[in-house]
Design a binder for this molecule. Structure first.
Ligand SMILES: [Zn+2]
Length: 362
């Protein structure tokens, strides 16, 4: 489709290549052609289009502004049912150079919208769960990685009178902030900022999550690369309270992923199988009480690293979709064992029968 064509064009190319390709894109009248390589505008436009063409299911919400004053939005995919639902959160692109991550968030939304009527699992979990998707968390850094430095990782906040730029947003959350696997030097790629949530991007996400935390069952944050599904914690080797269940679900997800193309993922606690880090969003989400919190590190294992070739975008998205929906299915069945029946005793029964639906629709 033109969408995949567009996506494969946009990913895995340097800014110089893109400038050269621009003429090709214009000649072929690809709809995703964008002015002056402002990739965020492309995603912004995509969000608006998705919302307009699926207005019964998708709404777009303002989250806050970035350091360079760009508005941050997330998409909410929500069946209009007259009941309180729980929430699955997923963010992509907290690290600028990990371009496959925003591609996956977009793919995920596209797949849900295409298949929610025909796929029994998706239609089941959408009865109980709302999906909150933030396609690009670190917009300034993402654009910078397109325009100036392909391997830029951090946000773009100036430090030391503008002689030094960027905080690692995944070291900036308020979870054992600054204690391990960070630097206090702004020129480091793991600079943790001047304090917990010192960065507006971190603050915007943290405020929303904090506000909704009693309803959020699952926090997913998508990175690359390395092929890992990571569970808390990064800041300590002490296991999370529910680590056995976290591992069980992650292993199920990795097995589902592998069935598609044989891609092998390692599963485990961040500090034990990857490295120690403090101030990560995954640790923070679990520490404030969100039971299922995972970091995905998508393809590959280092051959291409952050610059994943375009021909791997689609297979990576397809296999990751299987892993992510496995996790959501598990959470759905755990908290809503009776199908679309709510756990709360005061709630109204909402069986997906015509009888139930008739009563649930306003
Ligand atoms: Zn990352």
């Amino acid at each position: 489709t033109s969408y995949m064509f567009c996506l494969s064009y946009l990913l895995g190319m340097t800014a110089a290549e893109l400038r050269w390709r621009k003429s090709v894109l214009i000649r072929r009248r690809v709809w995703c052609y964008f002015e002056d390589l402002i990739v965020w505008l492309h995603i912004y436009q995509w969000m608006t289009e998705i919302q307009n063409s699926n207005s019964e299911l998708v709404t777009q919400h303002y989250l806050g502004n970035t350091v360079e004053n760009r508005p941050m939005y997330y998409l909410q995919i929500s069946q209009p049912l007259d009941k309180t639902k729980k929430i699955i959160w997923m963010d992509c692109g907290i690290h600028a150079r990990e371009w496959i991550a925003p591609a996956f968030c977009q793919w995920f939304v596209k797949e849900i919208l295409q298949n929610y009527k025909s796929d029994p699992n998706i239609s089941r979990f959408l009865q109980n769960l709302d999906l909150y998707i933030l396609p690009v968390l670190n917009i300034d850094g993402y654009i910078y990685s397109w325009e100036k430095d392909r391997l830029w990782r951090k946000n773009r906040s100036p430090y030391m009178n503008g002689t030094c730029y960027g905080t690692d947003l995944n070291r900036n959350f308020n979870s054992s902030w600054g204690s391990i696997g960070v630097s206090y030097n702004c020129s480091s790629i793991i600079f943790c900022g001047s304090g917990p949530e010192s960065e507006p991007e971190t603050k915007a996400v943290a405020q929303l999550i904090e506000k909704k935390k009693s309803d959020i069952l699952c926090y997913l944050t998508i990175h690359s690369y390395g092929q890992y599904i990571l569970i808390p914690y990064g800041s300590t080797t002490e296991p999370a309270s529910n680590s056995e269940e976290l591992m069980y679900v992650a292993e199920k997800a990795a097995a589902a992923l592998m069935q598609k193309y044989g891609t092998s993922y390692e599963v485990g606690s961040t500090s034990l199988i990857l490295y120690s880090n403090s101030g990560s969003s995954r640790d923070w989400a679990h520490m404030i009480g969100i039971p299922f919190s995972y970091t995905f590190e998508l393809r590959d294992k280092g051959t291409h690293g952050f610059v994943l070739p375009p021909d791997q975008i689609q297979p990576t998205c397809e296999e990751t979709m299987l892993a992510v929906t496995t996790i959501i299915d598990y959470v759905d069945h755990k908290y809503f064992p009776g199908g679309a029946v709510m756990l709360s005793s005061t709630s109204v029964l909402l069986q997906p029968t015509s009888e139930g639906l008739r009563h649930s629709l306003k």
